[in-house]
Design a protein around this ligand. Structure first.
Ligand SMILES: O=C(O)C(=O)C[C@]1(C(=O)O)C=C[C@@H](O)C=C1
Length: 297
């Protein structure tokens, strides 16, 4: 994040409450800053707070290595006209959390964020009698189990939540995919220009004719720009037409990249740059790369 010289001023909107994975992402991303976090129950609240200037930045999950794009977040960033100014990968290690003394036989209800439930589907399938209850975030689920104080409930969340909300880890490492990562984005109202911005996020629509997307992707291929993500989102009121959200490696300081994007924009019905920011190249991404070699069904 940029050094504003007035770090104590930095208000950051974060999804969930203390202990959520978004909280973890925020703390890693702003590790060297003094921030004032404000927590929100819904993804939209975070984006709205950024858009209204209540917070300077917002932290939201956008993509998971097991369950794919968190489509609501793509739509919100675009709809509220926010910009992406950073990204942070976090390794997701889900555990089954319950009050000390709880046994598996006691459990009737399991709370978690829908993503938490989706990422532990195989483990949960082995307990068909449990009622799966989607709740705001993983950490709020843990907090609820503590607050309600019953041995008939458990939450899916991380070890930080277990500690914060005085729960025991009843079953560790319950995510289906042992190499489970979520990519978080840092959003702001405006683009931030700084050295090391090497990833670009775009949103565009293509002309309605055969091969239009192929044609668009060809620009990246011929410019040698590595495309790291493509997500299609339906356009409201225009059935079977899509916004394409695209991440490519490149910097807007590079005249070749700017020229390629200009040409590309000329071939789209709609084209917007949502951000140019430093790709997260921390230790986690090296782990992801290693894991990519272990592909399987
Ligand atoms: O519930 C949380 O703790 C969150 O930060 C949300 C969230 C998500 O929506 O993807 C973040 C990371 C994990 O993938 C599971 C849940």
């Amino acid at each position: 994040m940029p050094n504003t010289g007035r770090d104590y001023d930095i208000t950051v909107g974060c999804f969930g409450n203390p202990g959520s994975y978004s909280d973890q992402a925020m703390k890693e991303s702003f590790a060297e800053k003094h921030i004032k976090p404000i927590y929100y129950d819904h993804f939209e609240d975070v984006v709205q707070a950024v858009s209204a200037g209540v917070v300077r930045y917002g932290v939201l999950p956008i993509e998971n290595s097991s369950t794919g794009g968190i489509t609501e977040v793509y739509d919100l960033i675009h709809r509220y006209d926010c910009r992406i100014v950073g990204e942070q990968y976090v390794r997701i290690e889900h555990h089954l959390l319950a009050l000390p003394g709880t046994t598996l036989k006691d459990i009737r209800t399991v709370y978690s964020h829908p993503q938490g439930l989706a990422q532990c589907r195989d483990f949960l399938k082995a307990h068909p009698d449990w009622q799966l209850q989607p709740y705001f975030s993983t950490s709020q689920s843990a907090e609820r189990v503590q607050r309600e104080g019953g041995h008939d409930a458990a939450a899916i969340g991380n070890a930080i939540s277990a500690e914060l909300y005085h729960l025991q880890v009843l079953v560790p490492h319950i995510n289906d995919n042992t190499t489970n990562f979520t990519r978080f984005v840092i959003v702001a109202l405006h683009t931030e220009k700084r050295d090391g911005n090497n990833k670009i996020t775009l949103v565009l629509t293509v002309r309605h004719r055969p091969g239009a997307l192929y044609h668009v992707l060809g620009y990246f291929f011929y410019a040698g720009m590595n495309m790291t993500h493509l997500e299609s989102r339906p356009i409201k009121g225009r059935p079977f037409e899509y916004f394409f959200h695209i991440d490519v490696i490149g910097s807007l300081d590079d005249p070749g990249v700017v020229k390629t994007l200009d040409e590309l924009a000329g071939n789209c019905n709609y084209f917007k740059i949502l951000g140019n920011y430093p790709a997260d190249t921390g230790g986690t991404t090296d782990e992801i790369r290693t894991d990519r070699r272990n592909v399987g069904p």
